[in-house]
Ligand binder design. Structure first.
Ligand code: SF4
Length: 70
């Protein structure tokens, strides 16, 4: 299977520019899952920019404004 890191990077909303996992979704998900977190793409931009990727913050966001669906 071909790696589509460039395509992934173009659609990634993560604002943490120094991360070497940006666009490498398999590494990104594994990293955050180990910490009981979700990756940036689950969060609306204003929640993503807090860098709080916790499930609590995700559920708070869903309760306040709903899931990100773009
Ligand atoms: S969500 Fe986390 S692992 Fe993924 S690119 Fe952003 S900072 Fe890196």
């Amino acid at each position: 299977m071909e790696c589509i890191v460039e395509k992934n990077t173009r659609s990634c909303n993560c604002s943490y520019s120094g991360c070497e996992k940006k666009g490498k979704c398999c590494l990104c998900i594994t990293y955050h899952r180990k910490k009981n977190q979700l990756p940036a793409c689950f969060f609306h931009d204003d929640y993503e920019r807090t860098y709080d990727r916790s499930l609590d913050n995700f559920l708070k966001m869903v309760d306040e404004i709903g899931m990100r669906n773009d």
